[in-house]
Design a protein around this ligand. Sequence first.
Ligand code: 5GP
Length: 126
Amino acid sequence: MPIDATQPYDPDNIFAKILRGEIPNETVYEDEHVLAFKDINPQAPIHVLVIPKGDYVSWDDFSARASDVEIGHFVRKVGEIARDLDLVEPGYRLLANIGGHGHQEVPHLHVHLFGGRPLGPMLARI
Ligand code: 5GP
């Protein structure tokens, strides 16, 4: 069920529980600001979720409230993880779903990183 991304941060969301170690995850990368882990229901051979450790609901919330250090670090790490996974060639896709129309299900900002096969057109044409 998509979330309302204008709601305040819910500290009981599933990714907050992962960050607190209450739910296990398959970690790909972790540092003081960022956690990257395998999606539990992968949509491609490589499907990694990259999240900031701060309490941000969405990309616009992150861009409004996070520090320049957090934002710069997050952007750099997403690219670094893609390079470390050898995805630059043949290519990969980044996706951030936001709110109802974006079909965001977990109310903690996450960037999906997909790769490992040709990913097709960006959206189904309707
Ligand atoms: P959204 O639709 O919010 O952009 O995507 C949420 C993603 O989180 C989905 O791809 C879903 O498979 C993933 N997910 C949901 N719960 C868990 C979990 O407990 N562990 C992991 N690793 N991924 C999860």
